[in-house]
Structure formats: C-alpha cells, structure tokens
Design a binder for this molecule. Sequence first.
Ligand SMILES: C[S@@+](CC[C@H](N)C(=O)[O-])C[C@H]1O[C@@H](n2cnc3c(N)ncnc32)[C@H](O)[C@@H]1O
Length: 272
Amino acid sequence: MADIAFLTNADFELYRNLIYNESGIHFTPTNRSILESRLKDRLRDKHIDARTYYNTISRDKEEMKSFLDSITTNLTRFFRNQAHFDALQHYVVPELMKVKKLTGNTTIKIWSAGCSTGEEPYTLAMLMSEILSPPWKYEILASDISLKCLMTAKEGFYADSRIAGVPSNYLIKYFDKVSGGYKIKSDLMSKVRFDYHNLKNDSGQRNLDIVFCRNVIIYFDEAAQTAVMKRFWDAMAQKSFLFIGHSESLFGMDTKFEFVKTQWATAYRKWS
Ligand SMILES: C[S@@+](CC[C@H](N)C(=O)[O-])C[C@H]1O[C@@H](n2cnc3c(N)ncnc32)[C@H](O)[C@@H]1O
C-alpha cells in the first residue's frame, strides 16, 4: 500500500506532467498510488528523494527511459483474446489478400505496437506461418517503450507458467523445450524484428497492412490516444486493419478509422 504522503501534491503534478509529455501515459488522482508505489521502489534503490530524482530524469534521457520502463504495465500472454486472431485469420488476411493481389504485392506487413515481452508478436508469427503459403510472406515489427521487456522478447524464453494458452501442436512446432520452460525456435524468431519505440513519436513506418496496439492506449488520455491514432493512420497502407484491446474503443474520437464488426471480433480499418 503506498504511503498517502509519499509525494506532495506539487511533486505528483510535476511527475504526472513529465510522464505524460514523455510517453502519453496519464496518471490521474485515482491511479496515483500506482505511480507512488513504483516510484518508491525506484527511489529506495537509488537512495534519492523524489524532487532530486525528478531533476535527474528531466535532464538525463537514459535515466528517463529506465524510469518510464519502471512505471509501465506489461501484462500480456500468448493468444490473448483469441477472437482477434480468429478475425485476423478468417476475415482480415483474406480481405487483404484480395486487395494486395491486384498490386502483385505478396508481403503482409504487421506492427505489434506495445508488444511487451513478445507474446503478442510471436502469436502473430505462429498464426501467419500457419495461414500463409508461397508466394505470400509476412514481416512483423514489434516495439515497446520498455527495454526490459524487449530484452525478454528478443531472448524468446518463456517459463512453463507463461506458455499456457499455446496450443500443443504450436508448442511442438514453434518452441524448443529447455530447462524450466520453452524457447521460441530461431526460424520463428527471425520473422519478428524488435525495436525500441515510444508511441509519442512518429515511427517512420509506412504501408503497414495490420497494426496490433492492444491494451496500450488504455493508459493514455484522449488527446494522446487521438495523436497515436493519427500516427497509425499515416503509417498504414491505403487498405489496412487496426486491432485495439477489447476494453478499448475509438468511439467518439476524432479519427478516420472505420469500425468493422466481424463474426469473430471487432476491429478498425483504413479503407481509402
Ligand atoms: C499491457 S501491455 C500490452 C501488451 C500486448 N499488446 C497485449 O495486449 O498483451 C502494454 C505495453 O505498452 C507499452 N507502452 C506503454 N506506453 C507506451 C508508449 N508510449 N510507447 C510504446 N509502448 C508503450 C508498455 O511498456 C507495455 O509493455
């Protein structure tokens, strides 16, 4: 339980404005205790007080990255919200194939934005490997603001407790059993490129066919969510699809994405 008096109101305002400006992550008085408990651990490790640490992260970019890493929520799992993957397989990929065929472009480009420890992009890679056959190919870019998560993701090792949800045939085909868990086979690993990226900035990506950004914008306020959606729009191909978390919505937001209701799950599309 966080100490109520841990941050003064003035310090809380300083931190929350800085975090928001740097990442879009929005701390409100309601979730102030989450920020306080994470910050408390960090200050204890560093033997430093809140105001001094604030001054440090304000001028030290690397320390700011580590700090942002420490306040993110990274919960994820393989095949999280299976309905999204069903919609991808049975609706989105066939629709994309129809339009891409006309241009002779047979590569499906996917971005897992806010990929945490890699379960989402590896799930996508397994699924796409199952669905596609030559000449169709896929590329997956996976990014996050958490360097710790990206290191785990790149290593591709998951303890036994974390592979629940992976169908047994996929486990055999795409993982090697190692002591204490499973490791993604190098073939599948080579299909996913991990990169540090803060969604506050333009990724420079263009012509993406599918974007997965699930359970990320829930931590942003509406202005930051709208800005991220605008950047996704610019990064996506003329005909492309966007998946957000099932508890997230673009309803009422100033965006050009169209809502798509499939038999399996809802998604959004750019269809220009
Ligand atoms: C709850 S996890 C979701 C992981 C995965 N997409 C899923 O649905 O299972 C949210 C992730 O978003 C990342 N994140 C939060 N703010 C971000 C930002 N501004 N830029 C990039 N990633 C961010 C966090 O580091 C965290 O790993």
